[in-house]
Design a protein around this ligand. Structure first.
Ligand SMILES: [Zn+2]
Length: 90
């Protein structure tokens, strides 16, 4: 809050950065953010293909893992072994 040097006059509350969008993206999909923030994010998605792609990907992921799942990719327990195997092939 306070005096911010925003001269465009177009975006009242300030433009969201991509990082801010990414931080809120799961909340956005869960509809756990205010309508104001959601509107600002939608505005960002219109002009940012990268965030739109992340939004789609996150939405698909959440559909896959279900409503109650936390947004964390499960770690494959064999991941390191597979890496070792791949390294040996070289
Ligand atoms: Zn973005």
């Amino acid at each position: 809050m306070g005096a911010q040097r925003m001269s465009t006059g177009e975006v009242k509350a300030g433009r969201l950065s991509c990082k801010e969008v990414w931080r809120e993206i799961s909340n956005y999909l869960d509809e756990e953010i205010t309508g104001d923030l959601a509107a600002r994010m939608e505005e960002h998605f219109k002009g940012c293909k990268r965030c739109t792609a992340i939004l789609d990907g996150t939405r698909n992921l959440m559909r896959l893992v279900g409503e109650d799942a936390v947004l964390e990719l499960p770690q494959c327990p064999n991941g390191r072994a597979q890496e070792d195997l791949q390294r040996r092939k070289h």
